[in-house]
Design a protein around this ligand. Structure first.
Ligand code: ATP
Ligand code: MG
Length: 375
């Protein structure tokens, strides 16, 4: 029942009750004293006040009226109290919870009166605040993840730069050709770092939690050839033999961010090097195939492989297969989760097959760019 209705009923009852009582009193007097003239002229009033029972009658009538009024008012107050106060208390408790930052509760909104409407507004506000708080937590988590991704990818070029600089300083690069190769690799690695640091600056400058992709049309053959050339030098120095097979047409194009795609390749090849077998000469093959609307990139190594039980989880963040066996190789288990995110953000898919002590093949597909014919 609406509060307004409640109050109107209370109002009518409080007004009509004394009037009814007064009428009932007069009616009784009229019955008790049939000769009484109710016009209240002086003579009959004098007569009335001189009656011996008159005072007692007035006292009794007043007490009865007061008692009836008291009980009626009490019942009405309890009725109103039960309808409003308990729910106002609930709202007050809710407001205190919200003030203290506790949003994990629900407000009872049943009923159709004004308090229920207020409770509904409160509940809506609580849900909105809870959603905002969750969004904030998610955004912070996403930002932390992106920053740790960059920190992860920065480690590899730094280690390489350190290694090659030491190579030059220690005289390992003892021929001018070798020295030039080392310096070129250092230069490439510094470029990689530069890209990542730019990305990091972008995250802190603009309010974004997304990788700032710079999608471009890329010629598949040219792009992967350049990539191979850049990698070859580095892998050669580490005595890893890299071969490249391109099976797509020279005109085939994709829409991709060249720098992010390069992060993908570096991470996959980085793993192939990290998890190679000491007793085997390391071989890595990269194949680019045409599979209809997509190009398929395959990167195969002859390393230690991944057990079947681990294979479904290697793309999960922080998952490291057989951590004890791989502990010497170091790592935090986020490389492939970065790779997966980038490929999926490109609209592609990634998966792997592997055999223990034989090797691993990483596959990913990217949609080909197709010119939309003009009508
Ligand atoms: N080429 C590979 N050969 C053998 N095992 C691999 C290979 N690639 C990935 N793995 C397995 O998958 C797990 C997850 O790889 P991921 O790159 O995500 O993490 P990580 O290399 O352990 O650490 P991080 O990349 O963060 O330094 C690795 O711990 C490893 O066990
Ligand atoms: Mg890795």
């Amino acid at each position: 029942m609406k509060l307004r209705t409640r109050l109107m009923i209370s109002f009518c009852i409080i007004i009509f009750m004394p009037v009814t009582m007064a009428l009932a009193g007069l009616y009784t007097l009229h019955k008790v004293l049939p000769s009484l003239d109710i016009t209240y002229n002086n003579r009959s009033f004098e007569y009335l006040t001189n009656l011996p029972d008159y005072r007692q009658l007035v006292v009794d009538a007043t007490i009865s009226v007061l008692l009836i009024l008291f009980f009626t008012a009490a019942i009405l107050i309890i009725w109103t109290y039960s309808g409003i106060i308990s729910r106002v208390k609930q709202l007050n408790k809710a407001a205190e919870n919200i003030r203290d930052g506790n949003l994990d509760f629900t407000i009872d909104t049943k009923g159709h009166d004004e308090i229920s409407e207020l409770s509904e507004s409160f509940e809506a506000m609580r849900k909105r605040l809870q959603m905002n708080a969750q969004e904030k937590v998610d955004a912070e988590q996403e930002q932390r993840m992106l920053i740790s991704n960059i920190a992860h990818d920065l480690k590899t070029p730094i280690t390489a730069i350190k290694g090659y600089s030491e190579g030059i300083l220690d005289g390992v690069a003892d021929t001018p050709e070798k020295q030039e190769r080392y310096v070129k690799t250092i230069y490439n690695k510094a470029n990689e770092m530069n890209t990542l640091i730019n990305e990091l600056t972008l995250y802190s400058n603009i309010d974004t939690n997304k990788i700032p992709y710079n999608f471009r049309k890329l010629n598949v053959r040219d792009y992967f050839m350049d990539c191979m050339e850049e990698l070859e030098m580095d892998l050669d120095n580490q005595h890893v033999h890299l071969t490249f097979y391109n099976y797509v047409d020279d005109q085939t194009e994709i829409i991709a961010d060249p720098e992010q795609l390069s992060r993908v390749i570096h991470n996959i090849i980085g793993n192939s090097i990290k998890y190679m077998r000491a007793e085997e000469a390391s071989l890595i093959q990269m194949r680019i195939k045409d599979v209809g609307d997509f190009i398929q990139v395959e990167i195969e190594d002859n390393g230690r492989g991944i057990a079947n039980k681990d294979l479904p989880y290697i793309f999960d963040r922080f998952y490291r297969a057989d951590a004890s066996r791989n502990s010497a190789a170091g790592g935090s288990g986020i490389g492939l989760s970065i790779v997966k995110k980038i490929i999926e953000d490109h609209g592609g898919k990634i998966w792997a097959t592997s055999k223990e002590n034989v090797g691993t093949v990483m596959y990913f597909v990217l949609r080909k760019y197709q010119e939309v014919p003009n009508e």
